[in-house]
Design a protein around this ligand. Structure first.
Ligand code: ARG
Length: 278
């Protein structure tokens, strides 16, 4: 009888250990090799170039999947990924006592990376949509975005109503892509893997306009001659962090960290650093 009890408790212990090992999405071995860049945000720069083990003394690694051609939310400064999401992500990791890494991948690979456990969370100026909510959970929103239309300065397109029959450039898998494909048909839309590529296509005349989020739109327009943003806004959206459906423990923790960072003004300070009041 005693032996059976011992065996049972051993099994229970093993099961608990297995469950604990599974909980963090980042527990997979060698996740660091998939990281193409580490953020310079906050103190994570110290770990920047070194190979960071998936598990460290302070706990696990919080791996943020993003697509880093989306200034001011995530973009390269030299070899480092900086921006609002990079810094808020680093601040969340710090709150949770976790190591922080950024994995720069295609935008439409972010949700699959979260689902497969390659990334702990997706943070990419990502809009909460009902379709995405079928595949991942979202935290509370930490920012808002607006889909806008970029055209050449001398474009005949004056408002959203003129988009019918025009060639529209978008970043693949973004809400700009989804809305425009719905509203104007698949054939009207040309998809690029980066927002930057869509803007280049606009400059070289391959597309007539680009539909993208307002803040990245502003930075593209300021960095390239001859572009402007139409006054009419296409859609208002909430940005939030995506986390695997089954990882409700991390969802709760990240929500709690976000609450604190919003309340103590950290999130606003980070936003103000990257988005100057007009
Ligand atoms: N807000 C849009 C969306 O969620 C675009 C996000 C693109 N983000 C990026 N890091 N490239 O679909």
């Amino acid at each position: 009888m005693k032996k059976v009890a011992m065996l049972l408790s051993l099994l229970l212990l093993l099961a608990t250990m297995a469950a604990c090992g599974e909980a963090p999405a980042s527990s997979g071995a060698n996740t660091s090799s998939k990281t193409e860049a580490s953020s310079s945000a906050a103190e994570s720069s110290a770990a920047g170039s070194e190979e960071t083990p998936a598990s460290t003394a302070g706990g696990d690694v919080l791996i943020m999947a993003t697509n880093a051609f989306f200034e001011p939310y995530e973009y390269y400064e030299g070899d480092n990924i900086v921006g609002i999401d990079a810094e808020i992500g680093a601040a969340i990791a710090k709150e949770l006592g976790m190591e922080f890494q950024i994995s720069d991948i295609e935008f439409d690979s972010i949700i699959p990376a979260i689902q497969s456990g390659k990334a702990s969370m997706g943070m990419a100026g990502m809009t909460v949509t009902p379709d995405r909510e079928k595949n991942v959970n979202f935290t509370k929103s930490y920012a808002t975005g607006i889909q806008v239309v970029i055209v050449k300065e001398d474009s005949p397109i004056a408002s959203i109503d003129d988009l019918e029959g025009k060639k529209i450039g978008v970043q693949q898998g973004t809400t700009g892509d989804l809305y425009c494909s719905d509203d104007y048909g698949e054939d009207a839309v040309t998809r690029y893997s980066k927002g930057t590529d869509a803007v280049m296509a606009l400059l070289s005349g391959k597309v007539d306009c680009v539909v993208i989020d307002n803040e990245p739109a502003k930075s593209f327009v300021s960095q390239n001659e001859g572009l402007k943003i139409l006054d009419t806004e296409y859609a208002l959206e909430d940005y939030a962090i995506a986390i695997a459906k089954e990882n409700t423990e991390l969802l709760d923790k990240v929500n709690a960290a976000l609450d604190k960072l919003i309340t103590d003004g950290t999130v606003q300070d980070i936003v103000d650093k990257y988005i100057k009041a007009e």
